[in-house]
Design a protein around this ligand. Structure first.
Ligand code: NAD
Length: 488
């Protein structure tokens, strides 16, 4: 909902090491999804704000690129220390503005810290290559250099981890950064900047411009931005990729998902049920690696009835309550969209075996939706094809793994997929044939760690170098080749 300025704390942009008011008169409420309490307001910054931040980042780049790599790494070591020291406080802030459970938020902070840990290895990560005597008296060397100013655009569902996928590694590689956090979860980004400053980051190395599409458009078209890291929904990811690439920028755009979990007849049923429940309903289904489609192989009604039983027993509520697994979705509008998908599922003939709408009558304070399960969903139904990003799970039935893998092959998304089985032959077939970039074998959320690429396929990713791991280093650096002879 739009509000006028000054009704509550108006967040500031962070430009050149200063907290500055946005030029805009427009602002949005930042709401606690569990209570609807207004936590702050966030400015919808203008192109002018973007230009100021990019100018500061470009100026800072001139000196930052020449700071010795080990010195840059030392700032990241300090940052790592500060984030660790403030682990609980950061997790609480995530719960407040995002709504997820404290345990999950705590895990998210840990994942973010691990990105800083990885980036602190910059002296090794940025090493080039060399070969003497590529011809008589001739040697060849490769050095890595930063690109310049990098822009980062992030979603609401991981307000800490996703920004930390980006700027620590980018700046460790010698770039400077302009971050546009999600306007729905902007508070944590400001805390990240405060701690980065405390760690010794010079002015202008990290800048934050709050806002929405105007800021995004400003970043993806600005001549001084050399690369864009984007994470968000599929239509926006595609748009950002196309627009920024057409301006000659390097782009990595991580997008939506429909993650299939395959339950084989020989799976440990109790573990499979627990993994699916936690993957599908943790963070209220708002994880890009959430299980949103289960492919039940064979006639496995036992799995389905156990799953429903567990869903009935789920604790729903405010993320600060320790017992809770299922928390609210981010906004009223987001829940309304999920409700339209539930209607669509019924209309298209899927069997609604658990209706989470009934919990909405009890949990009226926040944007709650109870665990919802559709059985006998066919792959061509809307709820099987589209990302719902809410606690709405589709069960598809397949006679064997071949048929199940075909469902995944036909999905436009390919972020993650998991198989539950003890059968080595099925595991091998799954590993070789599953059409997705991050696979789990008896693992509910096969998200990769910071030293490996976060590796979505198909419409789950636009670009070629993924975030994190060596891909991340390649993305944030350019290579210079030197061929030399000294036989004079
Ligand atoms: P979103 O696309 O609505 O927003 C992402 C960012 O883009 C935000 O900063 C937002 O301000 C901006 N934006 C939104 N609409 C825009 C427009 N029309 N023009 C320009 N900019 C725009 O995504 P979200 O709802 O914040 O996040 C959830 C989505 O992110 C889900 O689809 C989820 O799968 C995806 N996601 C993917 C990954 C991954 O690794 N693939 C990780 C996390 C989230």
């Amino acid at each position: 909902m739009a509000v006028t300025k000054n009704e509550t704390t108006l967040l500031k942009n962070f430009i050149n090491g200063q907290w500055v008011k946005a030029e805009s008169h427009e602002a949005l409420e930042v709401q606690n999804p569990a209570t609807r309490e207004i936590l702050a307001t966030v400015p919808i910054s203008t192109l002018q704000d973007v230009n100021k931040a990019v100018t500061a980042a470009r100026k800072a780049f001139e000196s930052w690129k020449d700071v010795p790599v080990p010195k840059r790494a030392r700032i990241l070591f300090k940052y790592h220390h500060l984030l660790t020291e403030n682990h609980d406080e950061l997790a609480k802030l995530i719960v407040l503005e995002n709504g997820k459970a404290f345990k999950e938020a705590h895990g998210e902070v840990q994942r973010g810290i691990e990105c800083v840990e990885f980036a602190a290895g910059a002296p090794s990560l940025m090493m080039g290559e060399s070969l003497s005597s590529i011809a008589e008296n001739i040697d060849s060397e490769m050095f890595r250099y930063p690109l310049g100013v990098v822009g980062g655009i992030t979603p609401y569902n991981f307000p800490m981890m996703v920004p930390l996928w980006m700027f620590p590694l980018a700046v460790a590689c010698g770039n400077t950064f302009v971050l546009k956090p999600s306007e729905r979860t902007p508070m944590l980004a400001n805390r990240l900047a405060e701690l980065f400053t405390e760690a010794g980051a010079p002015n202008g190395v990290l800048n934050i411009v709050h806002g929405a599409h105007d800021v995004v458009n400003g970043l993806i078209t600005h001549n001084d931005i050399k690369a864009i890291s984007f994470v968000g929904s599929q239509p926006v990811a595609k748009y950002v990729y196309e627009q920024a690439a057409s301006k000659g920028k390097r782009v990595q755009a991580l997008s939506g998902a429909k993650n299939h979990h395959f339950v084989m007849p020989d799976a440990d049923m109790e573990k499979a049920v627990n993994h699916v429940i936690s993957s599908a309903y943790g963070s209220a289904g708002q994880r890009c690696m959430a299980c949103s489609a289960v492919v039940v192989i064979g006639d496995n009604d036992e799995f389905v009835s156990e799953l429903k039983k567990k869903a009935d027993e789920l604790h729903i509520g405010n993320g600060m309550d320790e017992e809770v697994l299922l928390t609210p979705v981010i906004r009223k509008e987001h829940r309304e969209k999920a409700l339209r998908y539930i209607e669509k599922g019924i209309e298209e003939g899927a069997d609604l075996i658990r209706d989470g709408r009934k919990e909405m009558d009890i949990m009226t304070e926040g944007h709650y939706l109870g665990p919802t399960i559709f059985d006998y969903v066919s792959p061509d139904m809307t709820i099987a094809k589209e990302e719902i990003f809410a606690p709405v799970l589709s069960l598809l039935r397949a006679k064997d793994l071949d048929e199940g893998l075909d469902y995944l092959r036909k999905s436009r998304f390919g972020n993650g997929a998991t198989i539950y089985t003890k059968d080595a032959k099925a595991v091998r077939q799954f590993r070789e044939e599953a059409d997705a970039g991050m696979l789990g074998i008896n693992v509910g959320v096969p998200a990769t760690m910071a030293f490996f690429p976060f590796s979505g396929w198909k419409d789950s990713f636009y670009g070629d170098m993924h975030v994190n791991g060596k891909d991340g280093v390649n993305f944030y650096t350019r290579k210079k080749m030197i061929t030399s002879r000294f036989d004079f």
